[in-house]
Design a protein around this ligand. Structure first.
Ligand code: ARG
Ligand code: ZN
Ligand code: CA
Length: 312
């Protein structure tokens, strides 16, 4: 175990107290879904083929929020709007706290040029607020995707090719959220966020009440890995992004700058990036390399999503 300063935690291979469920899903799909490995490989090829032009436009993503809980009315339209506002700031590098990035990393900060809008039409063609509310008797969901189906106490997705499905529900085990990478099964495509970590008001609770769990999970949904890599926390694994320093493992809390690992001194780890595990107030940026990777997903496997957004 490495030595952590205030708030930092580079416990790497040690079992972290809380980890991102996205990794669980990734490993499960690699083991169980015969198509997933191939789809991920195809994605890797497509990544190198994105044209500069496709990478310039602002892409709009239609979102449907499915609130699934014992009292789904607790998550008001205002709370949903607060989450959309955070996504729209973070994916345009328009968040005020981006100014906290240390000077040495400031040149890496990038605008993903992605905007999020609540879907205005339900799948049956009727006008919609882009939010569904489902009362469930499931006390806590897990990464098993039960929340994504009405048959298991959750809510069915809206057509995943054309909507970002975002489920909000109680999650057990200290999990803040999880996502499915591009290339997985359509029926479970989307992101899940804990009730306690959704938006900036209502059921959101400090220190995860600045809406950054959704920013992190949508990063995964657009193909971003954790900074240390997806299969193991070590200096050998990588996030496949060149401009993020190689980093051993996650940080938690509000680390002090710098946090050096994997010979990446003096600047050290990019723990203030959305793809670390720090508190909401401490994660404030995506890099240019991460943006390129997200844009590749939007120009490739997620192109129908961008097309749906440009029509809406
Ligand atoms: N899936 C990650 C978890 O459950 C999300 C971490 C997001 N971090 C945050 N500060 N919101 O731990
Ligand atoms: Zn994660
Ligand atoms: Ca990297």
């Amino acid at each position: 175990m490495s030595v952590a300063t205030t708030g930092g935690d580079a416990t790497a291979a040690d079992e972290p107290p809380r980890r991102c469920g996205t990794t669980d899903v990734h490993v499960r799909l690699l083991e169980q879904d015969p198509g997933y490995r191939g789809a991920r490989a195809a994605l890797a090829q497509a990544r190198s083929a994105v044209t500069a032009r496709a990478a310039e436009e602002v892409v709009r993503i239609p979102v449907v929020v499915h609130v699934v809980s014992a009292s789904p009315e607790d998550v008001t339209d205002e709370q949903v709007a607060s989450q959309l506002a955070v996504l729209n700031a973070d994916f345009r590098a328009a968040n005020a706290d981006v100014s906290s990035v240390p000077d040495v990393f400031a040149p890496l900060v990038a605008d993903a040029r992605v905007e999020f809008v609540l879907a205005s039409t339900a799948p049956d063609g009727t006008p919609s607020s882009g939010t569904t509310r489902t009362t469930t008797d499931v006390a806590a969901f897990s990464t098993d995707d039960a929340v994504k189906s009405a048959a298991t106490g959750g809510a069915d997705p809206w057509p995943p090719a054309e909507h970002l499905n975002l489920w909000v529900c109680p999650l057990g085990g200290g999990l803040l959220g999880y996502a499915q990478f591009p290339g997985g099964p359509a029926a479970t495509d989307g992101v899940v966020v804990n009730l306690t970590a959704f938006g900036t008001t209502g059921t959101a609770s400090a220190p995860f009440d600045l809406g950054r769990t959704a920013t992190h999970e949508v990063g995964h949904y657009l193909d971003l890995f954790h900074l240390w890599g997806e299969l193991q926390a070590s200096c050998e694994d990588t996030d496949e992004v060149d401009d993020t320093p190689n980093q051993r493992g996650p940080h938690r809390g509000r680390p002090e700058f710098p946090q050096v690992s994997c010979d990446n001194g003096p600047a050290g780890d990019l723990f203030m990036d959305y793809m670390d595990y720090v508190d909401d107030a401490a994660m404030v940026m995506f890099t240019a390399g991460q943006v390129t990777r997200m844009r590749a997903a939007l120009a490739g496997v997620r192109a129908p999503l961008a097309a749906a957004g440009s029509r809406s």
